[in-house]
Design a protein around this ligand. Structure first.
Ligand code: ATP
Ligand code: MG
Length: 646
């Protein structure tokens, strides 16, 4: 029935020596579910170093949303990510930093990372930061952003990283929500050749944050900034006079590591709280196995550290494995749409991890930008953040990876801490558009409207049946909101908010947010599949589908379609798109309205905000909801102006 069911790409022959083969995946997965205690004891021994051994592996009650992992144990995350690698890896590169300007790059060794983190940790301590205090990090993509996270971990402070693209207001809200004592920022950021006024924004935000007594400022561009002597401290001056050794704070396994606000696709952002041991274990395991990371390889995740992907898969997962992680300051289209592939060639990147929004943008720019580069070093590709349309998947696979690199379509959330559904390159054959099978220890289920588990092939709400180590522990300052949001809809389960379909091979296909599911004449349909059908058309760059009120069908199908650069909209094209949906999915998926959209409303992390599109489609333009995380509000004005339903 579905177009995307058709194709399967087998495990490539050259992955026979992968860490996890098919037989190993099956055996390890079964053990992780049937004997979780023994399984996680072994994994913890392999991936983590505890300074005090734990008493129990997991105590959890999903009815109450409670989970404790490795209780009684003590460990420090910065020690696990840095110090313990020093005997073998002091000179090895921990981070490759690629600047916004293609002529600027540097390598930071594990020894240097240790020194930088210790110095900053001492600065924090000297400013009165203690275990449990909150520190806000509002930084460009520079190594100091990672130093700041790790320095917090070293002294036991809870970091809250706020994406550097956020406005003063969004920053202020987040500082106040978690009552941060210190803010670490930079004079300016640099993205795509343009300066981002971080200190100016920070000044505006801090004007309303009386409890933030210190603002540490990295000199990135040397741009002119205002200065408050009673609060502002130059980062480089402070670390220069601090000691290069710093005693790590012993942390309980369940002590908080960080707070991170979700991207706000579905509503007001939530301050998701993660703790120490379980989070680190799951990110370390999933980094190694999902990407089949091998000793000495160069790994690049293009996310910003302001998102959970940056936390788990630029900093914590890679460093816990002693890997080399590339951090990129700029944007994929600067100076040209070849940038990513040029960086791959320059640093001989083996593993590349990005988001569908970037893939679609680069696909729209044309193949020449890709094919003129070598990309011979690439071995594994990854994607995260939204459902990837099969069309974009195929392009990523064939054009970028030249049919040589398996794609890990990793489904997970800020709240899950790390990968939940993902193919492992040596173990799981892939299907374009499917996040395939669960990671170790993860028990996904599909629930019907009554909360009953659906077995076999079917479609429903995606929920998780048992605790996993990096499960959300709280919504900071509002524990009840966590219980209400994730643990009340289906008692005894963690509810993801996403819908999914399971095919005959047991593969999962994310159909979109449950709130976005359409009900057309009694047929439930995910937005992802209709969007994927629309994107199949040569002239379509991107599409977003929502339901709109419809007298007869209950809900009609309202499509926002962005055309390829230089393409003129026409009624003929509309007809072709309608026909395409009918052909690919069936008459039930016939669009009622197609609105041409020069741009789509997206979060700062590049996700389509369908809840806003739903409001426009329903002509409820006075109640758009929280728009604070919108990347470009003018896009919304344009869509309202030209809405088709009024
Ligand atoms: P908020 O919770 O504030 O609405 P958000 O859900 O966008 O924001 P994240 O935690 O960054 O914040 O995103 C997780 C969501 O992203 C998932 O619930 C899912 O809808 C989507 N997602 C992530 N990876 C994938 C993937 N590989 N395939 C399909 N969807 C994905
Ligand atoms: Mg979410």
């Amino acid at each position: 029935m579905y177009m995307s069911d058709v194709k399967t790409y087998p495990i490539p022959n050259n992955f026979a020596d992968a860490h996890i083969t098919k037989a190993k995946y099956e055996a390890m997965y079964a053990r992780s579910i049937n004997e979780p205690d023994a399984f996680y004891r072994e994994q913890a021994a392999q991936f983590l170093s505890f300074s005090k051994p734990f008493d129990s592996v997991c105590q959890a009650d999903l009815h109450k949303g409670e989970a404790k992992w490795f209780a009684g144990g003590q460990l420090n995350v910065s020690v696990n990510c840095i110090d313990r690698h020093l005997p073998a890896r002091a000179k090895q590169t921990a981070f490759i930093w690629e600047g916004d300007d293609p002529r600027v790059a540097k390598h930071i060794s594990y020894a240097e990372l240790h020194e930088q983190v210790c110095r900053l940790a001492n600065v924090l301590r000297a400013r009165g930061v203690k275990k449990g205090d909150r520190v806000c990090i509002y930084m460009p993509m520079i190594p100091e952003a990672a130093y700041a996270m790790l320095a917090c971990a070293r002294v036991g402070a809870i970091h809250s990283v706020v994406f550097g693209g956020f406005s003063p207001d969004a920053l202020k809200d987040r500082i106040l929500d978690s009552d941060c004592k210190v803010l670490i920022t930079a004079d300016e950021g640099l993205r795509g050749g343009k300066a981002v006024p971080l200190k100016v924004n920070a000044d505006k935000a801090l004007a309303a944050c009386p409890n933030t007594h210190t603002c540490l400022v990295v000199k990135r561009t040397g741009g002119k900034v205002a200065w408050d002597d009673s609060r502002d401290v130059w980062y480089h001056e402070a670390v220069a006079s601090a000691a290069a050794q710093c005693e790590p704070e012993p942390m309980d396994a369940e002590d908080p590591l960080f707070i991170l606000y979700t991207s706000g696709s579905t509503g007001k952002p939530k301050g998701v709280l993660h703790t120490t041991a379980g989070y680190l274990l799951h990110t370390a395991m999933s980094f190694k196995y999902t990407f089949d990371y091998k000793e000495g390889e160069i790994y690049w995740c293009t996310a910003d550290v302001g998102w959970v992907t940056g936390h788990s898969y630029i900093v914590y997962g890679p460093l816990c494995n002693g890997a080399t992680s590339l951090m990129f300051e700029g944007v994929p289209t600067y100076p040209t749409a070849s940038r990513c592939w040029e960086v791959v060639d320059k640093h001989k990147v083996n593993i590349f991890y990005t988001a569908p929004t970037a893939i679609r943008a680069l696909m729209g720019a044309g193949n020449d930008f890709v094919t003129k580069t070598s990309r011979k070093s690439l071995r594994v590709l990854g994607t995260v953040g939204e459902p990837i349309n099969p069309e974009a998947w195929e392009w990523y696979y064939h054009v970028v990876g030249e049919g040589r690199c398996p794609i890990a379509d990793t489904w997970w959330q800020t709240e899950t801490g790390g990968h939940m559904l993902t193919p492992l390159p040596g173990a799981i054959a892939t299907k374009p558009g499917s996040a395939t099978l669960p990671f170790f220890g993860v028990q996904p289920v599909l629930l019907d409207g009554d909360g009953k588990e659906i077995s076999g092939v079917g479609e429903g709400s995606l929920a998780i049946k048992a605790s996993w180590p990096s499960q959300i522990r709280s919504v900071y300052g509002d524990h009840q909101r966590m219980i209400d949001t994730y643990f009340s809809t289906f008692p005894g389960y963690y509810f993801t908010g996403d819908g999914a379909r399971r095919d005959a091979d047991g593969y999962y296909w994310i159909t979109g947010r449950v709130d976005d599911v359409l009900n057309v004449s009694g047929h439930r349909m995910g937005t992802a599949e209709i969007e994927s059908a629309l994107v199949l058309h040569d002239k379509v760059a991107e599409a977003a589908v929502v339901g709109c009120p419809h007298d007869i069908k209950g809900q009609g199908i309202y499509c926002y379609v962005t055309l390829m650069a230089g393409t003129e909209p026409s009624d003929t094209l509309k007809k072709e798109l309608v026909a395409l949906c009918v052909k690919e999915i069936g008459p039930i998926a016939k669009p009622d309205i197609i609105q041409w959209a020069p741009g789509l409303p997206k979060t700062r992390s590049g996700k389509i905000m369908r809840r806003i599109l739903r409001k426009i489609a329903a002509n409820e333009i006075d109640s758009l909801g929280d728009t604070s995380t919108l990347a470009d509000p003018s896009v919304v004005d344009e869509l309202i102006e030209n809405r088709a339903n009024r």
